[in-house]
Design a protein around this ligand. Structure first.
Ligand code: ADP
Length: 417
């Protein structure tokens, strides 16, 4: 599944690294090339200055005093006849032909003769005399062997470096691709599990509905009243599917980072009081007492609808898992920078093995029993998402047969997702 993506990522990373290394190598080569040649050209033009102010006959002496023997001077007369060269045996006769200005128009050039490289500056002299002969052009021939061999070595090093860089880039690309894929793979597996669980959860009520509808067809003459039990059971399953789809939709949207929180300031104490009042009739039917210990006048900036949904999930669970004669205590206190809300029941409690999993999607401690209660196992996942989206924290303490307490902390000043 991820093979293709991995190959694509590795190729991309390798290419990017290789390009970066190559660009660095090429830039380094051109930088060295330019600095070497510009310093040679500077030296050549410095030496050319000598001819402006001195008699050409003095050049020999000056040349002899040159500490650096890398420059040779060629004096050309009319018709490109070589009059003199300093040092005298600087070039073989056969090489002189290649240097003749008759073949070259440019004043500054690089020339290779018999595998040796030279930088040549040609200057015009206006027929100044040397040993009673008219000099037309002077060539300053700079031996650039050291620079050229340094640049060649650099090029070889860059070549090897790039080849090594390619291999290195491949391994670095492989490591990076593996790292980049881990979270994607994990979330893909989570999503696949989510879809599989959701399909499984939907299949059960759907097959129950199908069975009941088929039952109705067995007695086509029966009245609705006679089949009311079958119809009622089908309707309950339809309601269950509805609830499940709604919860799945909420979680799917939360996964896709869709903006589902619309913050506004509201009195949270009044909201809690209202929810308590809504749950009281159901609680009294089950002979359960609800006690509210809520501080007055607490304003909270958050999504009122979602906070309402959070309390409904937690109170619904508390009522479901508390038997007759039990008690439910809801508290809400303002602390320094946060709100502390607790929902405590005296119900069946949660075992220590189940406790770490209760916020997992589709988790139900006792699947058989829960199904009769109509639970989907998604309520607490949604509750946790709501608290997280408000930058808060939800935790749980529970003892089997003693009761369960959910503790929610909501920051008052923080921003919202
Ligand atoms: P459900 O829709 O099944 O209630 P939840 O995600 O809300 O799904 O809860 C997951 C499980 O956590 C429940 O099946 C139950 O086992 C356990 N649970 C949640 N709240 C309580 C509670 N107040 N008392 C005991 N167990 C609880």
């Amino acid at each position: 599944m991820f093979r293709k993506t991995k190959i694509r990522l590795v190729s991309m990373y390798t290419l990017i690294f290789f390009c970066i290394l190559s660009i660095l190598g090429v830039s380094l080569y051109f930088y060295m090339y330019r600095t070497s040649f510009s310093s040679i050209d500077e030296k050549l033009s410095e030496k050319a200055q000598v001819f402006k102010h001195n008699d050409l006959d003095d050049i020999k002496e000056k040349n002899e005093r040159e500490s650096e023997r890398r420059v040779s001077y060629l004096f050309w007369g009319n018709n490109s006849v070589l009059l003199k060269s300093y040092p005298e045996n600087a070039f073989f006769q056969k090489d002189i032909v290649h240097l003749s200005p008759i073949h070259h128009q440019r004043m500054l050039r690089t020339q290779s003769i018999e595998g040796h490289s030279y930088r040549i500056l040609t200057i015009k002299t206006n027929n100044r005399s040397l040993n009673n002969e008219h000099v037309k052009l002077i060539q300053l021939v700079y031996n650039i062997e050291p620079e050229v061999s340094m640049l060649n070595n650099l090029l070889i090093m860059i070549g090897f470096g790039s080849a090594g860089g390619l291999v290195l880039s491949f391994f670095v690309g492989l490591i990076l691709a593996n790292r980049a894929l881990v979270p994607i793979q994990r979330s893909w597996e989570k999503q696949s599990q989510f879809v599989a669980d959701a399909s499984h959860e939907l299949r059960t009520p759907l097959s129950v509905i199908q069975t009941h509808l088929e039952l109705l067809f067995r007695h086509p003459a029966n009245t609705i009243e006679q089949e009311s039990e079958t119809i009622f059971k089908s309707l309950s399953e339809v309601k269950r599917i509805n609830k499940l789809v709604e919860e799945l939709l909420t979680l799917a949207r939360s996964d896709s980072n869709e903006k589902l929180i619309n913050p506004a300031i509201f009195p949270i104490d009044e909201l809690i009081q209202l929810i308590i009042e809504q749950f009281e009739p159901i609680a009294s039917m089950k002979n359960i007492t609800i006690e509210g210990k809520v501080d007055k006048g607490i304003f909270y900036m958050g999504d009122k609808e979602r906070i309402h949904q959070l309390f409904v999930i937690l109170l619904d669970n508390a009522l479901k898992f508390t038997s007759s004669g039990g008690i439910l205590i809801i508290t809400c206190k303002k602390e320094i920078n946060s709100l502390k809300i607790t929902i405590e029941d005296s119900g069946i409690g949660i075992s220590s093995e189940d406790l770490p999993h209760i916020f997992d999607r589709f988790f139900r401690s006792d699947k058989g029993r829960r199904r009769s209660e109509g639970g989907t196992g998604l309520g607490l996942s949604i509750a946790k998402w709501i608290v997280d989206a408000h930058h808060g924290n939800i935790s749980v303490e529970s003892k089997v047969e003693k009761g369960t307490k959910f503790i929610i902390k909501l920051p008052i000043k923080d921003g919202f997702k």
